[in-house]
Design a protein around this ligand. Structure first.
Ligand code: ADP
Length: 155
């Protein structure tokens, strides 16, 4: 069985993340969405809330599970025998950040491959930070977040 990990902050999960996860789940036998505990990032949603949003989003999809982890992503991969990291790309801005992370991971662990999926064009403008901004200003996020979580995210 070939499993992959899709790591990130998911603060909160968006339709862009949802689409990448679904596409990756069609490539691998199992996809683990892994929410990293990042000490320097101040999150809008707690770890419990972010886990719940993702659980609800993929409640009907057995091939996708969600966990939280602490420490380096490659250490999580090694501990769980995972050799593939999936990340999403929206633009050349993402490429700058993503290539730095992927190169570092490659130097740390040459056996682990990072695979990039290019976003669907309709999700290129969606980011968690835009969603947070809309929520803070009491706007409508229905075009931005998975339908299954609309009721709980608006609370
Ligand atoms: P991080 O804090 O690690 O950047 P994010 O939760 O913001 O985590 O994103 C996780 C991954 O999903 C990253 O690879 C990011 O580029 C990708 N991503 C974010 N938004 C989108 C989107 N709209 N379409 C495709 N990929 C996306």
């Amino acid at each position: 069985m070939i499993a992959a990990i899709y790591p990130g902050s998911f603060d909160p999960i968006t339709k862009g993340h949802q689409s990448i996860a679904l596409r990756a789940s069609n490539i691998f036998d199992h996809l683990i969405i892994a929410i990293g505990k990042n000490t320097d990032k101040q999150c809008m949603f707690s770890m419990e809330e972010r886990l719940l949003f993702i659980q609800k989003t993929f409640a009907d999809i057995k091939k996708i599970s969600v966990v939280s982890y602490e420490g380096l992503t490659i250490d999580f991969c090694k501990k769980n025998n995972i050799r593939y990291i999936v990340r999403g790309l929206r633009s050349d801005m993402d490429w700058g950040i993503e290539s730095t992370i992927a190169h570092a991971n490659r130097l740390l662990s040459p056996l682990i491959e990072t695979l990039f999926l290019l976003t669907e064009p309709q999700y290129a403008g969606i980011s968690s930070s835009v969603v947070r901004d809309i929520l803070i200003n009491r706007g409508d996020v229905s075009a931005f977040v998975p339908d299954n979580i609309l009721d709980i995210i608006n609370k």
